[in-house]
Write a new protein. Sequence first.
Length: 356
Amino acid sequence: MAFGRLVAAGAARGAGGALTGVDYVLPLRWARDGDGLPELTAYLRGLSRRVDVVVVDGSPPAVFARHARLWGGFVRHLRPDPDLRCGNGKVAGVRTGLRRARSEYVVVADDDVRYDPAGLSRLRALLEGADLVRPQNHFDPMPWHARWDTARTLLNRACGADYPGTFGIRRSFFERMGGYDGDVLFENLELIRTVRAHGGRECRAGDLYVRRLPPGVRRFWSQRVRQAYDDLAQPARMALFLAVLPVLAAAAARPRRGRAVAAILLAAAATAGLAEAGRRRDGGRRVFPATCSLFAPVWVLERAVCSWVALAARLRGGVPYHGRRLRVAAHPVRRLRRARPAPGTPWPCASRRRTA
């Protein structure tokens, strides 16, 4: 993704290919530096030639100091503001970054997201008519576990829209709504719902494809239950996945197992077909391999198992997250409408807990 090349007909570009009026906020928390540090450093260096970059770094002191030495010359590298501490450290990073941003249009992205110049220009253009823009992430490269996880993305696309690791947002609107609650696990959905609760304009840009680096295999497995816990914020979806295992067990117990097996195979084929519909939506075939659709039945079975584990975690007080438990996945829009503070008043963080 060469940031040195110019992009024809970009939105609001200044001299040298720079985008005017855009800040890029990267919330970061690394327990230790890994093999990806040189690649991230190169990405940030190239990115800084296009937009103003704010890295909000909640890493331990030694790791923070190393990042400061590497990045201090071309990004604004800072700690999360102490008054914004909350259960979900990413939210504290996002809120700090939006507080320190200087531009009206802000890109918020996880540390594994990789924009190219065309994607940044398109996102900025979309923000001229929206308060929140939801692009579409896709993994590149695509190892087996990334194809497995992409099945979730395809099913989300088929049923509406996916939940990316990056957003575009208007800073003035974010300030008026006071940020969003940081004591939740599914912080992306919480942000989307908070924007809706404040009457914001949301743009689902399903055809704006933004590259994302796949996690390692160990991290992939560690995310299974946590991602299933997110479904507690969407009760109908959670109920559907909780029903899968009992239905399979009932089918296996029937005397005529041949029919049961045929029904299960038919359901698996329908699931793969639904995922394929999501793959074909908005030109997705150019970034999503066809094999990802075949993983959809496997992913549904995984989610069915992990949903019961997530439900048990809820009964124990929440899912473990960085040394504590988060009980709430995300709040309903109607509750956010009732609880929203006065315009410009910050959402409370650690000083006030809310439960679903």
